[in-house]
Design a protein around this ligand. Structure first.
Ligand SMILES: [Zn+2]
Length: 195
């Protein structure tokens, strides 16, 4: 598992598929092997405290928040292993940054949602997956039927969110939630649908 040359590993999937747990498991192994690990995440991710990444199972690791992908290279000079969380929220420069890090001999692990709630490839993830040396695509469990889920269902007040619903919900617009869904049960009403 430990390579002496650069390597890019993308861990992707829908929400609730265990991406963060899988990444933290790999980082623990690298740490045991005595490698220097740094974990970077976009600053807009406010799900957890600024300086920590916490998985849904409770595993955690200290992290550095950055605003833009070009800030990453200056942070990681001492590290052998660079882990990047929530890759889908980074700018389109992330694939080039990751490629340069791997060319410099770094092991790069990137997690991210491969699709947004509409089912559309998310931000820089499709290009990252194309240039990766290794892609791990995880699945979750559909909350409707129990089959394998590959999609993220967005719900507003318990109803499937329309394709044109605002990306960020402001207080008072309704309660937003997410579920893992299979292809059959993933619903995105078009913007002109009634109700
Ligand atoms: Zn289903």
């Amino acid at each position: 598992m430990f390579y002496t040359s650069g390597w890019v590993h993308v861990i992707c999937g829908c929400m609730f598929c265990g991406k963060t747990d899988e990444m933290l498991r790999l980082l623990r192994r690298f740490s045991i092997a005595g490698r220097q690990v740094i974990l970077v995440k976009p600053r807009l991710d406010t799900r957890t405290a600024e300086a920590t990444v916490v998985s849904r199972s409770g595993a955690q690791h200290p992290a550095v928040s950055v605003d833009q992908s070009r800030q990453i290279e200056a942070l990681v000079s001492e590290a052998d292993i660079i882990a990047i969380e929530e890759g889908q929220f980074f700018d389109e420069g992330l694939p080039e940054v990751v490629e340069r890090l791997a060319d410099a001999g770094k092991q790069v692990v990137v997690t991210g949602l491969d699709r947004d709630f509409r089912g559309i490839p998310f931000g820089p993830m499709p290009r990252l997956m194309a240039l990766a040396d290794q892609v791990t695509k995880l699945t979750a469990i559909c909350m409707v039927c129990g089959e394998q889920a590959t999609r993220t269902q967005r719900l507003i007040d318990g109803q499937p969110a329309r394709a044109d619903s605002p990306l960020i919900m402001v207080g008072g617009m309704g309660d937003e939630s997410y579920e893992a869904r299979c292809r059959l049960h993933h619903e995105v009403p078009s913007s002109d649908a009634v109700g």
